[in-house]
Design a protein around this ligand. Structure first.
Ligand code: SAM
Length: 315
């Protein structure tokens, strides 16, 4: 039987968790979100038969196996996601970015490879959506090597993503013809077909781990949507710098549509695609040694409009 005595997170205990989580994961809990820590951890503290949140804090901190830290991460992260989340960004990816990358690479005789990264992929809906869009929008797909890396800090969501099984509710935003083409159905469960699964590689990565981040290189497109929103500004700055280093010149970064890099970095060019905004890394095109110019990548706006709004300086 669980102890029914009230468990309350004291301000001191809150600060212990807040600082620890920020240091390890980059996630920052402001004072007005203390209730989330209390609500999400109460059950676990009870399950372990501990008396206070402080006891749990030290239990996590000194667990050399890191198993309890992993458990804590599963509990405190928000994993909300969906297939085809924020359609305009995905249309921009499929109808603007993919053709441009394809043209630039095929035209320069460079390698026909595309590397796409879903950073903070949750249960897999985002990377699988990207895989569906590649399959539908890359005409000579068989001539390309496509890799979609899907990373998250939570092992629990990664297990789910690797499994690739979704409920009918989760599938409601997948167009019917794509559901029929790329999923098998069994007892109301939709299973991602191997041709889609094979494009996506799931891996554990803490986006606050700068050493590991430096191993991610040569990306053409990075999606990191609705992840940095809960990071401290310092953690955001480090992460965005790592994304910049991870991208090839001419590569794109998509962040959540309600997020902004304002005050975080000016290294990227903000580009206005027909349907959405994205950040682009300028520089010399590694494929042909020519400068990657913003003008070549802007559509749907006059240059005057664009000049007025574009972010020009580097950090
Ligand atoms: C709200 S979900 C967003 C999922 C998807 N990108 C989307 O927009 O639908 C945020 C994800 O970021 C992950 N996350 C949070 N902090 C992280 C960190 N430090 N490293 C890696 N992933 C993290 C969470 O586990 C969660 O799955």
């Amino acid at each position: 039987m669980f102890d029914t005595q009230e468990l309350t997170l004291t301000p001191q205990e809150f600060r212990l968790f807040r600082d620890f989580l920020q240091e390890r994961t980059g996630i920052y809990f402001s004072d007005d979100r203390a209730y989330l820590i209390e609500r999400r951890l109460t059950r676990r503290v009870r399950e372990l038969g501990l008396k206070t949140f402080e006891d749990y804090f030290y239990h996590v901190k000194y667990d050399a196996t890191m198993a309890e830290f992993s458990r804590l991460v599963d509990l405190i992260t928000t994993n909300e996601t969906s297939f085809f989340r924020n359609l305009p960004q995905l249309q921009a990816f499929a109808l603007d970015v993919l053709p441009r990358l394809r043209e630039a690479k095929a035209g320069s005789g460079g390698s026909r490879s595309l590397k796409i990264w879903s950073a903070g992929c949750s249960t897999g809906e985002e990377p699988y959506t990207l895989a569906l869009l590649v399959l539908e929008n890359l005409p000579d797909r068989e001539r390309w090597k496509v890799e979609i890396l899907a990373s998250d800090i939570s092992e629990k969501v990664l297990r789910s993503g690797r499994c690739g099984l979704y409920s009918a509710t989760a599938m409601r935003s997948v167009p019917q013809e794509m559901a029929a083409k790329y999923f098998t159905v069994d007892n109301d469960r939709y299973c991602v077909k191997p041709e889609v699964k094979d494009l996506v590689r799931f891996g554990h990565l803490n986006l606050n781990d700068r050493r590991k981040l430096s191993l991610y290189t040569n990306m053409d497109v990075i999606f990191c949507r609705n992840v940095m929103i809960c990071f401290s500004d310092e953690a955001k700055r480090h992460l965005v710098r790592s994304f910049y280093n991870a991208l090839r010149p001419g590569g794109y970064l998509f962040i959540g549509h309600s997020e902004s890099l304002h005050g975080i970095t000016r290294a990227f060019k903000l580009v206005y695609l027909d349907r959405s905004l994205a950040y682009m890394k300028e520089g010399l095109n590694a494929l042909n040694g020519e400068p990657v110019r913003l003008a070549n990548y802007v559509s749907g706006r006059s240059s005057a409009e664009h000049e007025k709004e574009r972010v020009t300086s580097r950090v």
